[in-house]
Design a binder for this molecule. Structure first.
Ligand code: PLP
Length: 361
């Protein structure tokens, strides 16, 4: 039987997971602060890690909430700050689990199309002008999941202007921005827009290890307090041991080296997948990313990535259907994650995909 190759999971490759580093830093956390990391604590997270992140973001410690993964912080935000029926704008396509949560919480999802340089801010402006102003815009600014695109500087500014003019909040979700292969990093929205309007969230999942389940959110003090209360009601306190280990990773000066290591591994995989794009049918549209985990593609008519998903799985290659990342439509689109597999597997998987797609032409 053919061993399946999965381009479906947005997870780091095994080589990116530094068990030695995590083991050393966990031991250090236990030695330095054993009683506290093994105890219950506050809902806002392990204080030394909160303090480190507060310094990094130039905010007060109370503005940082460290959660069991950043998706959990997103859920707390939906539950503690918004109500069913609230209009929340997001990119189309967007991160499938965030979209799922928006729907599970009965939000009024306002889909804003994505272009090669990020969300189409003109569409959002037209929606606002027509009286459909969201309460929150959720945007993944760098190497977007799933489209791989980055919001341009002009669009970041235009989004900020809209937020001020129409009085809405923005949540910038940026777990991939530190994994840049080439090109210049752009300023985050909190640098460009009144920081009282912009919440920021990120995660250690992609830059250290998802199994630690540690993400964080930066928010205005009042909102952060609500998130910390939601956390304490849900799980009392997050895993202080995992957060203590990550505090040692950060304060011990190991984070930058780890990010450089993961970036090199991801660049190699991105390059392998770009080389494999030649197997896809003529007319397939895609914009290879400058960082992150994903390549997004659209098949030419009449091919449907939705309809071919099962045939691809039978041929031993898995991808995410684009239709899972939008409220409606998207049948010709699909997401390929190069992050979790080796360059050799990528070469084989892309060949398999090419065969499946061309067999039906
Ligand atoms: C855009 C985005 N946000 C949030 C998450 C969730 O990350 P975490 O593991 O910190 O919950 C992911 C994971 O794939 C993601 O792609």
């Amino acid at each position: 039987m053919t061993t399946p190759i999965s381009f479906a999971r947005g997870a780091p490759a095994p080589e990116a997971l530094s068990a030695d580093l995590v083991a050393r830093c966990t031991t250090l956390a236990l030695e330095a602060d054993g009683v506290r990391v093994l105890s219950y604590g506050g809902g806002g997270g392990y204080p030394p890690l909160r303090a480190y992140l507060a310094r990094q973001h130039g905010v007060a410690e109370e503005q940082i909430v460290v959660t069991n993964g950043s998706l959990q912080g997103f859920v707390f935000l939906l539950e503690a700050v918004f109500s069913p029926g609230d209009r929340i704008a997001c990119e189309a396509p967007t991160y499938d689990r965030a979209l799922l949560q928006l729907n599970l919480h009965d939000m009024d999802v306002q889909a804003i199309p994505v272009e090669a340089d990020g969300m189409n801010v003109d569409v959002l402006a037209a929606e606002c002008a027509a009286g459909r102003v969201p309460r929150l815009v959720y945007t993944i600014t760098n190497f977007q999941n799933p489209a791989g695109v980055t919001l341009s500087l002009d669009k970041r500014r235009a989004l900020g202007e809209l937020a001020e003019r129409y009085d809405f909040l923005i949540l910038e979700d940026d777990p991939y921005g530190r994994l840049r292969f080439e090109g210049e990093s752009l300023p985050g929205l909190r640098e460009l827009v009144d920081p009282e309007r912009v919440l920021f969230t990120s995660s250690f999942s992609k830059i250290v290890a998802p199994g630690l389940r540690v993400g964080w959110i930066v928010a205005p003090t009042e909102i952060a307090a609500k998130l910390a209360t939601a956390a304490s009601r849900t799980y009392i306190s997050p895993s202080f041991l995992a957060q203590g280990a990550l505090h040692q990773v950060c304060e011990g000066g190991h984070l930058e080296g780890n990010i450089a290591h993961v970036t090199d591994l991801m660049r190699e995989r991105r390059d392998a997948m770009v080389a494999g794009l030649s197997h896809l049918p003529d007319g397939t549209v895609c914009h290879p990313p400058e960082g992150g985990f994903f390549i997004w593609a659209e098949l030419p008519e009449p091919l449907s990535a939705d309809a071919l998903h099962g045939a691809a799985a039978d041929a031993g290659v898995l991808y995410v259907k684009g239709s899972d990342c939008v409220q409606a439509g998207g049948e010709r689109t699909f997401r390929l994650a190069y992050s979790g597999v080796s360059p050799e597997e990528i070469a084989v998987g892309m060949e398999r995909l090419g065969e499946v797609f061309s067999a039906t032409r």
